[in-house]
Structure formats: C-alpha cells, structure tokens
Ligand binder design. Sequence first.
Ligand code: NDP
Ligand code: GUE
Ligand code: MG
Length: 289
Amino acid sequence: MQATLIDGKALAAAELAQIKREVNALEESGAPTPCLAVILVGEDPASQVYVRNKLLKCEQTGIRSHCYRLDSGVEQGELLGLLARLNADPAVHGILVQLPLPEQIDEAAVIAAIDPDKDVDGFHHENMGRLLAGDPDVLVPCTPLGCLLLLKSVLGDSLAGQHLVVVGRSNIVGKPAALLALQHHCTVTIVHSRTQDIAAVCRRADILIVAVGRARMVTEDWVKPGAVVLDVGINRVEHEGRARLVGDVDFDSVAKVAGAITPVPGGVGPMTIACLLRNTLQAYRHQRG
Ligand SMILES: NC(=O)C1=CN([C@@H]2O[C@H](COP(=O)(O)OP(=O)(O)OC[C@H]3O[C@@H](n4cnc5c(N)ncnc54)[C@H](OP(=O)(O)O)[C@@H]3O)[C@@H](O)[C@H]2O)C=CC1
Ligand SMILES: Nc1nc(=O)c2c([nH]1)NC[C@@H]1CN(c3ccc(C(=O)N[C@@H](CCC(=O)O)C(=O)O)cc3)C=[N+]21
Ligand SMILES: [Mg+2]
C-alpha cells in the first residue's frame, strides 16, 4: 500500500472533542443545552446500529438527545403528528428521521414536514435549494459535509480547480456532495448507473467520492495515480463465513495507486455522525439568534 490512510475515526474524535468544548461553554454560560430528537421507525438492524451510535456520540459531547421508537406499522399521520410537536418544541433544536422508512410511509412527505431550521440532515427541499443557491449558512447533509472535512484534512484549502468525480447521484449523498465541491471551486463531474465508460471518467479524477452501495466496485484501474479516494459505501458481505463491512472501493487494490484513501469502516461513517452533531449545534445557534 502506497496511499495515505485517511483516519476518519480519529478526525471524527477530534471534531467531537471540539463540539464537546463548545457545549460545555454553553452550559457554563447558563444557556439551555442543545437537543437532538431522533425518530426510528421499525426494527431495521442497520438503522438500529446507526441510531445507537448517534445517541452515544450525543451523550459523549453533552448534547441532549431523545429517541422516539415507532412500530414498523405506524401510520404516517402519527409520525407527522410527532414531527409537528417536535417542530413546536423550543427545547428541541434538531430533528432526524432515520431512513429508510417502511413502505406505507411517504418519505418525501415526512421530510417536507420537518421544520427546515431543525432539519439537521439537510434533506428538506428548502435546504437543498439553499445549498444549490450557494447559501453559506444552510444546513448541509452530514455525509457530504464529512467528506469535505476529510478532503480538507489531506488537501488543506487547495480544493480549487481539482477535478472531483462523484459516483452516485442520490439526494442524500451524491448530489449534495457534488454541489458542496462545486462551492469549493472543484471542477465537478457526476457519474451514475447510465454513465458510459465510467472507469475512464473516474480515471480522470483528482478526487473520487464513491457513493453507490455495490461492494468493491471501484478497482485500481479506475483510479489515477495519486488521487484522493473517499469511500462512502457501506456493504455487508460474507467473508470466510462471517459478516464483514466493506466499501464501494476495492481497498486493497486501490490503495496501491491512490494518494490517499478512506477505509470502511473507520472513514466517512464516523465523520457523518460528527457532522450530525455539528449541524445540531449550528441549528441551535441559529434558533437562539
Ligand atoms: N458512510 C455514510 O455515512 C453513509 C453511507 N451510505 C452508503 O453509501 C452508499 C450509497 O448510498 P445512497 O447514496 O443512499 O444510495 P442510493 O441507492 O440512493 O444511490 C446509489 C447511486 O449509485 C448509482 N449506481 C448504482 N449502480 C451503479 C453502477 N453500477 N455504476 C454507477 N453508479 C451506480 C445509482 O445510479 P442511478 O441514479 O442511475 O440509479 C445511484 O445514483 C450505500 O452503500 C449506503 O449504505 C449512505 C449514507 C451515509
Ligand atoms: N436520516 C438519515 N440520515 C442519515 O445520515 C442516514 C440515514 N438516515 N440512513 C442511513 C444512512 C447511512 N448513514 C451512516 C452513518 C454512519 C455510519 C457509520 O458510522 N459507519 C461506521 C460503521 C458502522 C457499523 O459498524 O455498521 C463506519 O463506517 O466506520 C454509516 C452509515 C447515515 N445515514
Ligand atoms: Mg439510500
């Protein structure tokens, strides 16, 4: 391996320590404590792991959290009712509805029902629009924000003019990652399942962000020597009879050519959670004026 390993876990720990200092300072000034409400519908095992992690990190930083666990068969109206109460509660500063939601619930309707000022995921269309328009104060989706912090850790502020290729165009990762990179003056290309000769496009990238959900799809022949590779994918695979997490990047082969690379686990995932808490503090400050 030649690539520098980008230690997302360590960078996330540093970010969480900084958040903790800021929360402590608020506490000492007598201000109310920032509070995040998390809504988990159903028993999806991956969602349970993620939500547990989020609540644990809240506890570690002193951010108050409330988890609402709803039955998988819950009616949409009940979920919307809960959101209305949380929107109206001045002690709640951030609201996150863990995705995916069960079939009977319209995800778009749920996201639209979150107060944009409390939308710490940055999924509400008002926030998506503000990101598109280049508003610097908008709540930005946590995974793209985490990717940006990881990039800054290796490249400093020299993102301008870099050719950044995003693989994947979802509303929660690919699209906002591309917009954020554009705002930082990267030259941005988005590729997806209909792209022709995707490997050739990726090979031109100085920075490659991969968010697809296909285990080890990106191999070394897709990567320009020295490129920075961020692997967003989380895939559970069987390895010698045991469950194992791998990314969308074939780490062992790509690490031979890349300049820097994130591992899975321990890369983008932990930064996503740190950015969720960062967004909660940002939402708190905005609401308190
Ligand atoms: N680490 C973290 O913090 C997070 C990790 N994730 C993980 O990231 C991955 C992506 O998540 P998400 O964006 O929600 O996924 P989606 O399924 O919403 O989007 C996947 C994207 O990948 C594209 N795609 C699918 N197959 C191919 C292919 N063969 N070649 C090129 N592009 C392809 C799709 O293209 P098209 O639009 O044409 O269908 C789509 O745009 C998942 O593994 C998820 O678990 C997600 C969020 C946070
Ligand atoms: N409303 C909403 N917001 C989200 O931000 C959101 C969501 N729903 N639904 C699911 C995806 C996925 N996601 C991850 C966050 C952290 C890790 C993470 O911490 N991963 C660890 C490993 C965790 C494990 O062991 O499974 C790591 O990569 O090191 C992974 C994935 C946020 N998402
Ligand atoms: Mg998805």
